[in-house]
Write a protein of this length. Structure first.
Length: 330
């Protein structure tokens, strides 16, 4: 399958007084073109930080190191500041978590559309920009005339989230990153947002990278699913494959913890323990203190996610045999 994003040996670290936080650790992953890929994991797993490397926008004092980060054949790490400015929003855009924090509270939505467009394109005709804004607001099921003259505080949470989705499409990017796009929204509004995202993917063929801590929420729209833990991708496969046959013990734990309307709530089983401290990760596999299948060598050797001719082999010692076979066939 054709890919659009290639992470190769990507690391992100934050130097703190207490030590160095390794938020993303040696991630290598291919994201399919024109599909919806979701990255899930508990808070602090590194999914938002990894996605931010696509824009080279990791907050200080974060530092990115990577062999390469490719987006549609372009190496993001090799871009000049001038090239980056054009690339951001035009090639890859992002809907940040908490839409209300992304909008200027003292400027109308219409003015913000104009400012955003003019910051990245030479087009200065406000009528042309307004026409584009109207088309996008109608597309996300908002009333353009009312919304364009409104200030952010005059819109509901769901409306602001849809405004931000419209902003992300303004310059017709190839990739849109959505960080927790339905946080703090009711279930009906959540469903509406996901329907819009599905429509965007189906009609425009834009690659969507969806970040969430809720593995059940992304099932509605995602084609592929990556599971992150302690800064690494531990499992990556088609969404239905993972839901039907989750392989990594952490993925299994996430699915067991999801409430269901049709199953006995008494069978819900939370993952024991807490997420690891990124300043002081456990030796070996960082999940071993919480894993019911942990073996002696899990405490000393950290497994890696490996590519095979059929996809990826989970980062778990339960699959060491498959990993060896894949290595022999190369």
């Amino acid at each position: 399958m054709e890919t659009i994003i290639e992470f190769e040996n990507v690391n992100v670290s934050f130097s703190m007084r207490e030590g160095t936080v390794k938020a993303v650790r040696d991630v290598s992953l291919s994201i399919p073109k024109g599909k919806v890929t979701a990255l899930v994991g508990e808070s602090g797993s590194g999914k938002s930080t990894l996605a931010s490397t696509l824009l080279r926008m990791v907050s200080a004092p974060g530092k990115i190191s990577a062999k390469s980060i490719q987006v549609d054949g372009q190496d993001v790490m090799a871009m000049s500041e001038k090239k980056l400015r054009h690339y951001r929003w035009s090639e890859v855009s992002m809907v940040f978590q908490a839409a209300q924090n992304s909008l200027n509270p003292v400027v109308t939505i219409g003015e913000q559309f104009i400012e955003t467009y003019q910051a990245h394109r030479k087009e200065s005709d406000k009528k042309v920009i307004e026409k584009r804004a109207i088309e996008l607001l109608e597309y996300v099921k908002l009333e353009p005339k009312r919304v364009l003259r409104s200030y952010p505080h005059e819109l509901s949470g769901g409306m602001k989230q849809r405004v931000m989705i419209a902003f992300s499409l303004l310059l017709e990017p190839k990739v849109v990153i959505l960080d927790e796009p339905t946080t703090a929204l009711d279930v009906i509004t959540q469903d509406s947002i996901f329907s819009i995202l599905q429509k965007i993917n189906d009609e425009f063929g834009i690659t969507l990278l969806l970040l969430s801590h809720d593995i059940a929420v992304v099932a509605k729209v995602a084609d592929y699913l990556g599971v992150m833990y302690a800064g690494k991708i531990v499992e990556f496969d088609e969404i239905y494959t993972i839901f039907e046959q989750p392989k990594h013990p952490y993925t299994q734990g996430l699915l067991r913890a999801v409430p269901s309307l049709i199953h006995d709530l008494g069978k819900i089983k939370p993952i024991p323990g807490a997420s690891p401290n990124l300043l002081d990760l456990p030796s070996g596999c960082p999940f071993h203190p919480r894993c019911e299948y942990a073996m002696s060598h899990c405490k000393t050797i950290e497994p890696e996610l490996k590519r095979s001719k059929d996809g990826y082999i989970p980062a778990c010692h339960l699959f060491d045999h498959e990993r060896k076979e894949a290595a022999l066939t190369k």
